[in-house]
Ligand binder design. Structure first.
Ligand code: MG
Length: 376
């Protein structure tokens, strides 16, 4: 029996992870953590009887502990630290934002598999996280479909014959729109992703292509590839989830229906390939697949995000914080779509880099940017 902890159990990846576990024998939900969706977490407690639950707020933990006396409740970041002291086998990190970054860093010391869906962990602190994971020999298995595809193609991380990583991007909902048209789009239109069903923040990141830039940064850390060996390719059909180019000219691609169940299942059953959940199988008849170069002029944030990755230091964390605040302002209807990039460009231009920042320096910077940008 494998005991699983799911951080962020009520979010998009969290709920899909539970659906995967429903269909897998020998996997048990040991602990979950959630934010503010208490109604859903109640249902999850009743269905999975986790031994431990951590809520964002102390009050929620207190109320829930009266309803479910058999479950042990924790709250806040200290609560997450308690969860990773338990006897677990797999830690699924499906939180959004920065809430779990320090928990992941601590969890590395347990040498248990970390199935990682959270982007901020590697974007903000990729150097620190991967160095520590290597030191403790802790497997970090990506859940994101692109990085999962690369893992499935590359076999092992230091494959000396892998020449380049090609990360596919659907291009988002505005792929065929002009910038003049993009200026006028509302949150509703940005949230209308053509292929994937995801959380709101990441769906807007797909529309700006920031998401793809962040994935390049993650791939750089996960697979130890220089940035000039990682390419982005627009593939509107989202059937090829990424591919690896080898030194002999061969390409290996991973192909499948766009469903997060597949990479989630692969991550938690790795290195096996179990299949409890049945995703609509991919049928090749009559399918068309197109691939073309991204338009960096139309999507300047893609270029900027990759450049921040190349610069390294604290720049990816700065970009990440500015982006998150700008995206939430857009979702609230306070700014228009192209204002997202104006805010981020301004922030990056006025920022000074710190090379080899400590985790405290990264968090300090993150907080400073969020506080300042929230006020405008
Ligand atoms: Mg992705």
């Amino acid at each position: 029996m494998k005991n699983v902890i799911i951080l962020g159990s009520t979010g998009s990846i969290g709920t899909q992870t539970l659906q995967v576990i429903d269909k897998l024998e020998d996997y048990k939900v040991l602990a979950i953590s959630c934010g503010k969706n208490i109604e859903l977490v109640k249902k999850q407690i009743e269905k999975y009887s986790p031994k431990y639950v951590c809520t964002k707020d102390f009050e929620d933990a207190k109320i829930l502990s009266e309803i479910y006396p058999k479950t042990k409740f924790f709250s806040k970041e200290e609560g997450l630290f308690e969860l990773i002291k338990t006897q677990y086998d797999i830690l699924v990190v499906a939180t959004s934002g920065i809430v779990s970054v320090k928990t992941v860093l601590k969890a590395i010391e347990n040498k248990k598999t970390i199935a990682l869906a959270n982007k901020e962990t590697l974007v903000m602190a990729g150097d620190i996280v991967m160095k520590k994971a290597k030191e403790y020999n802790t497997p970090i298995i990506p859940i994101d479909s692109e990085h999962s595809a690369i893992l499935q193609c590359i076999n092992k991380v230091d494959n000396p014959y892998a020449k380049r990583l090609w990360i596919t991007a659907s291009g988002g909902p505005f792929l065929n729109n002009t910038r003049e048209e993009m200026e006028k789009f509302s949150a509703k239109e940005a949230l209308n992703h053509p292929r994937w069903n995801m959380g709101k923040k990441i769906t807007v990141d797909c529309a700006t292509l920031v998401n793809k830039g962040l994935e390049v940064i993650e791939a750089h850390h996960l697979y130890n590839f220089d940035y000039d060996r990682i390419k982005v390719v627009i593939h509107p059909e989202s059937l090829v989830h990424s591919f690896v180019e080898f030194t002999d000219g061969s390409f290996l691609a991973q192909i499948g229906t766009p469903s997060m169940h597949i990479p989630i299942q692969y991550a938690i059953t790795y290195p096996e390939r179990k299949s409890g959940i049945k995703t609509d199988s991919f049928c090749p008849w009559g399918r068309q697949m197109n691939f073309f170069e991204p338009d960096f002029n139309k999507f300047p944030l893609l270029k900027l995000t990759i450049e921040c990755g190349k610069t390294g230091g604290i720049m990816p964390a700065i970009l990440n914080a500015a982006n998150e605040i700008a995206v939430y302002k857009f979702l609230e209807g306070k700014i228009n779509f192209l204002d997202i990039e104006k805010i981020i460009f301004k922030e990056i231009k006025s920022s000074k880099n710190i090379q080899n920042p400590t985790i405290e320096e990264i968090f300090e910077k993150d907080k400073e940017i969020r506080t300042r940008l929230s006020q405008i």
